[in-house]
Design a protein around this ligand. Structure first.
Ligand code: NDP
Length: 240
């Protein structure tokens, strides 16, 4: 049995491609989900990947999930913090709840699961953490004060935690995807999406597999000298 890998939001969209790529790299993958049980069960059935329902924004739920995974499969060696949501509005129309939901799900979940898995990684003298940020956390995006702040926070958390992990064989990196063809992006109005694609030099939206390829690289056993970095995978849309 390969090292245990937890992918949050690992049953749909980008996370689904990441789960499949890590399975192909001989990891024992646990893909988490929260709302869409039908998609999660269909994914598990099709791939044989274990799925687990918990709210990544809730610290106690994460603690219970990590304990269950350790009990059933062993300590987590690879963590991909991929779960994310958007609640878009201009700041004038953004409620405090929209701010909190996005901060808790995108950034709070990274804190929860990094904290809850770090000691076991230290003990094993091995860990690979990848946090999924966003081009919008690098460049900013109209109507996304909450999301841009949360994703920017992920990039800062990544650099700080990389310093803490470096002596213990734990690498901590982020990926900043550009626009990727998933449900999240399909929710963007088509006229807005057309303008976005026109600004991508490669001339298309990203595929989920484009992002998974980066995760495979950053989580490889022999990637121990790559830490504290943010890998942009955006078709040349934003060079940072
Ligand atoms: P999707 O909306 O397609 O999937 C989101 C995933 O996150 C789902 O599996 C969902 O679970 C899970 N999730 C949401 N909230 C929670 C929660 N509270 N606890 C646990 N899981 C949760 O998103 P994408 O695949 O498009 O995005 C994946 C990541 O990539 C996100 O962090 C996103 O911000 C980031 N990203 C995406 C870009 C894009 O263009 N698509 C661009 C840049 C970054 P469930 O299936 O149960 O609903």
């Amino acid at each position: 049995m390969g090292r245990v890998a937890l992918v949050t939001g690992g049953t749909r969209g980008i996370g689904q491609a990441i789960s499949v790529a890590l399975q192909a790299a001989d990891r024992t993958v646990i893909a988490s989900y929260f709302g869409n049980e039908e998609a999660a069960l269909a994914f598990s059935e099709a791939t044989g990947i274990h799925v687990l329902r918990f709210d990544a924004a809730d610290f106690d739920a994460c603690a219970a999930a990590v304990a269950e995974i350790e009990d059933r499969f062993g300590p987590i060696g690879v963590l991909v913090n991929n779960a994310g949501i958007t609640r878009d509005a201009t700041v004038a129309k953004m409620s405090r709840d929209m701010w909190d939901a996005v901060m808790d799900t995108n950034l709070g979940s990274c804190f929860n699961l990094c904290k809850l898995t770090f000691e076991a990684m230290r003990h094993a003298n091995f860990g690979r953490i990848v946090n999924i940020g966003s081009v919008n956390g690098q460049a900013g995006q109209y109507g996304q004060v909450n999301y841009s702040a949360a994703k920017s926070g992920i990039h800062g958390l990544t650099r700080a935690l990389a310093l803490e992990g470096a002596k213990f064989g734990i690498t901590v990196n982020a990926i900043a995807p550009g626009y990727v063809d998933t449900d999240m992006v399909r929710a963007v109005p088509s006229e807005v999406l057309a303008k976005i694609v026109a600004r991508i030099p490669v001339g298309r939206l990203g595929y989920a597999s484009d992002i998974a390829r980066g995760v495979s690289f950053l989580t490889a056993d022999d990637a121990e000298f790559v830490t504290g970095t943010t890998l942009s995978i955006n078709g040349g849309q934003h060079m940072y």
